[in-house]
Structures are given as C-alpha cells and as structure tokens.
Design a binder for this molecule. Structure first.
Ligand SMILES: [Zn+2]
Length: 94
C-alpha cells in the first residue's frame, strides 16, 4: 500500500498509507480534523528531523560542489588525548 503525503496548514505535514484507489486530493488531519491537501515528494523526507535534513543537504552539496581549499587545514588547538589504559599499549601503532 503506497504512502501519500498531506499537509494541514496549522498542524503541518503527515503521511498516510492508503490503497491507490483511495488516493484523494484532500484528507482529514489526524490532529485537528481539518482539511489537509495532498503534497508530493519523497515519502519520509517531509517529516525528517531538521538537523538530519541539514546534514543530508550539506553532504549532497559537498558531493556536487566540494569546497576548494588553497592550503592544508591547520591543526586543532585541542591536543590529542593520551590514554593511560595499559591494554591500549598492545594495540597496533600507525
Ligand atoms: Zn490539522
């Protein structure tokens, strides 16, 4: 059963799974019961967490338009933490 996206003006977007025969241009909002109009897009992306969406957009932009740098980025000011755990001494070194 396909998922259809609807948007209620005051409440926002929501998805509904319906048979294709019942795909209508409007649906009842599950929160306020008002009329929600159908919207088109990728299912699941409309309700994506904004932080995750920004990260995905940044990743896509980096793939299509990578930032050009003219020099190697400097070292961070934070020193590399040194472990004192004796088990770590047995780990392979770079
Ligand atoms: Zn609503």
């Amino acid at each position: 059963m396909p998922t259809y996206g609807y948007e209620c003006r005051p409440c926002g977007a929501f998805d509904e799974m319906r048979p294709m025969a019942d795909a209508t241009a409007t649906a009842a909002c599950p929160q306020c019961g008002g009329v929600a109009r159908r919207i088109f897009g990728s299912p699941g992306l409309r309700t994506l967490n904004p932080d995750v969406r920004r990260a995905l957009d940044a990743s896509a932009k980096s793939a299509e338009q990578p930032a050009v740098v003219s020099s190697v980025p400097g070292r961070s000011r934070r020193p590399t933490p040194v472990t004192r755990d004796p088990r770590h001494a047995r780990l392979p070194r770079p």
